[in-house]
Design a protein around this ligand. Structure first.
Ligand SMILES: [Zn+2]
Length: 187
């Protein structure tokens, strides 16, 4: 069976991202050899935005909230990468936080991200934070779910960056928590 025939059958002849049924064609997920496993069936609107021919229409991509749960790895990868591009939108970041990918799928998805420029994570002074940095907290922060307040002046050592450029992870009171970088100062 040809790739297109395989994809048409797999997708029920619908765009695997937004369920559109018109102008469908193969979208090859970048950085792999073309095979049905590594391609998705996508409508023209989705394809043109994925390839950057036209600008991303944020509202169109709300469809990812559903399609990211696809059982097809190539769809998961495309949804993950596209959500990353839109991660300044709260709903997109929320979806990314929820999305779970198997290790091999995650590795494939991340390959496509490395080629794009990462938005820097900045502290309260606008200094770029990097993994392994030590920071201090600049205001008392209520830690949701952990039941304590991270006090102003507390040092957090050896931080990690997260998928969200505005968040870092670090250990406070022995608990690993997410902190907003704007409330931190590099030591
Ligand atoms: Zn579509």
């Amino acid at each position: 069976m040809s790739i297109l025939a395989t994809l048409t059958e797999r997708s029920n002849n619908q765009c695997e991202l937004c369920q559109a049924t018109e102008q469908l064609d193969i979208y090859e997920v970048p950085l792999v050899e073309a095979s049905a496993d590594k391609c998705i069936l996508a409508c023209q609107t989705c394809r043109e935005q994925l390839t950057g021919e036209i600008e991303n229409d944020v509202n169109h991509w709300r469809c990812l909230s559903d399609s990211m749960w696809s059982a097809v790895p190539a769809v998961q990868v495309t949804a993950y990468r596209q959500l990353h591009k839109l991660s300044s939108e709260t709903w997109a970041q929320d979806n990314l936080d929820m999305l779970y990918l198997e290790d091999d799928v995650k590795a494939w998805a991340d390959e496509g991200l490395e080629t794009e420029e990462r938005v820097p994570t900045l502290d309260s002074n606008g200094t770029e934070l990097k993994a392994g940095d030590n920071v201090t907290i600049t205001k008392d922060l209520q830690v949701k779910g952990a039941g304590f307040t991270a006090k102003r002046g507390t040092a957090v050592r050896n931080i990690s960056l997260t998928d969200n450029p505005e968040h870092i992870e670090g250990r406070v009171n022995g608990t690993r928590i997410v902190l907003v970088s704007a409330y931190l100062k590099k030591m």
